[in-house]
Ligand binder design. Sequence first.
Ligand code: IPD
Ligand code: CA
Length: 265
Amino acid sequence: MEFVEAGINIAKEAGTMLLNHIDKPIKIDQKESEFDLVTEWDKKIEEYIVKEIKEAFPDHIVVGEEGFNNNFKSVSLSNLINENEHVWVIDPIDGTNNYIHGLPGYTISIAKFQKGEIRAGVVYSPDNNELFSAEKGRGAYLNGTKINVSKKERLEESIIATGIPSNIEIHRKNVLNQINMIGTKCRNIRIYGSAALHCAYTAAGRLEAYWEPGLNIWDIAAGVLIATEAGGMVSELDGSPFAIDFDTFLVSNGGVGHQIIRVLE
Ligand code: IPD
Ligand code: CA
């Protein structure tokens, strides 16, 4: 309980900080390319979250998207997470492009691992004050009310989300092809621009599934726990089990997951 509560309090405070600056000019830098951006607020929020976690739990490790321990490559990052008792994995702003453009749908994502297992997860969407949370074995919640994945079993009645990766050469091209394959078979496609939000919406039964290649663990760690605690399923796009060093990612209500795997094969 103490970890999820800490995550909730920290995410809410971070959300307030973001809302207070949404209308003001912000400094934006490029990361890998001009499609991959970071703002001063990604860094400030990460600094704030790391400081709060370290104050509350001084012996815990914190890994954040914007630089704390990120000199680990994905394999050693997965070792770090698997081999240590307490590791927090955070994304200060998931959906940085939404934040930059003044669009809704950016989230703060905080996950707490214990020896490689995700034990607590919080995804906070400040612009509409929706806080999704889960603790291993205790269900998933939206603003304190229990949530469950949808019961739909047919693609034709499903809304499926995807994400448009910043890597245009490989991942973006793949996603655009995959949209062609699945887009004619489901009710419709949505792209909100935050992996964490897509997982949370799947958990809440708003979406039936979400897929995307090329994500990082901080994008989806909290969302994975929230979705699975709500009755959802996670895997790679070929159906193989989800692991910390995952490559492609699919979360679903269970009912339509296998059909998506077949269509995208
Ligand atoms: C991005 C978002 C987006 C997804 C990208 C991610 P960021 O994370 O989750 O939905 O399509 O692949 O990189 O950069 O905003 O933290
Ligand atoms: Ca981010």
